[in-house]
Design a protein around this ligand. Structure first.
Ligand SMILES: Cc1ncc(C[n+]2csc(CCOP(=O)(O)OP(=O)(O)O)c2C)c(N)n1
Ligand SMILES: [Mg+2]
Length: 336
């Protein structure tokens, strides 16, 4: 692909992708060391998708995320320290230690939440986009979801609504080709972006390992949304480098072959981007090393911040779990 990105953006994209990869590597260590209870869904391998899309957004645009949400949150500007603190169940975390990986949100940064329910972010993005349109705000909502979500009814309802109301939404299908261990090809006849066209919106496919290709597709979709022409569906073909979740490394799963994994590692989005921007003079190897050092410091500081935060006390375990009801609205199932 031709090189038309300014050097600052090219380096920023490297920073964001490398930061996500390093964050996930640290998460794996913290899970192994039992500092993170439970499991996380690693984003490693898919960095070009979150970074390519979020690089085309403004700070006031919003994203809805998935169970594999660390990459989206980081690419939209999420704070490493508050993310680690949440994963380590500290009150200094994004959800005050009550939510964990699949609930991380920062509404102020336009991160409308990771979500453990497959496909659930799509209607939330439509709701936000509807508000933007009704209020005359020039903002865009992005819904990230996996290939597994493409057979969820709620995603199709969201696509139909977005198309008929010309909502400023962008549907991003991160096709890493598997839903847990189910290959997409065994459960879906048409490619996801082809299906989207049936709803009357552009359905495009891009190389999800190429941050620049993703970025250009996102720019086109953002322009279309901002100019009032409605939604776009972008399918990003990608691959996850680890299992469905951290626990899978300790299981003998055979749904993917070693050869397949190795072939996708040759397309590593960070390595290929590094090579491209160094060869084209957008960045020197020294710049890359400086960015890596900056990330290392940020990760270490983030972990230190997380470890130093207090754990919630059990008497307050249910605090912050439920929204405060509107006045005079009786809580369901509770006698007043
Ligand atoms: C509505 C719903 N059904 C099933 C599940 C169980 N589940 C969790 S992740 C997952 C697979 C999702 O695959 P995909 O959408 O491709 O995302 P990926 O894990 O590949 O990022 C499933 C079936 C769920 N969380 N929510
Ligand atoms: Mg998938």
């Amino acid at each position: 692909m031709s090189n038309i990105l300014p050097s600052e953006l090219a380096q920023k994209m490297y920073y964001h992708m490398a930061r996500i990869r390093r964050f996930e590597d640290k998460v794996i260590t913290l899970v192994d060391d039992n500092e993170i209870a439970g499991v996380c869904h690693e984003y490693s391998g898919q960095e070009a998708v979150a970074v390519g899309i979020c690089s085309a957004l403004s700070a006031s645009d919003i994203v809805t995320s998935t169970h594999r949400g660390h990459g989206h949150t980081l690419a939209k500007g999420g704070d490493v320290g508050r993310m680690f603190a949440e994963l380590l169940a500290r009150t200094t975390g994004y959800n005050q230690g009550r939510g964990g990986s699949m609930h991380i949100a920062d509404v102020g940064l336009g991160i409308f939440g990771a979500n453990g329910i497959v496909g659930a972010g799509a209607p939330i993005a439509c709701g936000a986009a509807h508000k933007f349109k009704a209020a005359g705000e020039n903002r865009v909502a992005v819904s990230f979801f996996g290939d597994g979500a493409i057979n969820q009814g709620v995603v199709h309802e969201a696509m139909n609504l977005a198309a008929i109301w010309k909502l400023p939404v962008i549907f991003i299908c991160e096709n890493n080709q598997y839903a847990i261990s189910t290959p997409l090809r065994e459960v879906t006849i048409l490619e996801p972006h082809v299906r989207a066209r049936a709803y009357g919106m552009p359905g495009v496919a891009v190389d999800g390992m190429d941050v620049e290709a993703v970025y250009h597709a996102a720019i086109t979709a953002v322009e279309r949304a901002r100019s009032g022409n409605g939604p776009t569906f972008i399918e990003c073909l990608t691959y996850r480098y680890f299992g469905h979740y951290t626990g899978e490394r300790h299981m003998k799963m055979t749904y993917r072959t070693q050869e397949e994994l190795e072939s996708w590692k040759l397309k590593d989005p960070i390595k290929s981007w590094t090579a491209r921007i160094v060869e084209s003079g957008l960045c020197s190897l020294k710049d890359i090393q400086a960015i890596d050092a900056e990330i290392e410091t940020e990760i270490q500081r983030g972990v230190d911040f997380a470890r130093s935060g207090p754990l919630p006390v059990s008497a307050e375990a249910l605090d912050c779990m439920y929204a405060v009801p509107y006045p005079n609205t009786p809580a369901w199932g509770i006698e007043s």
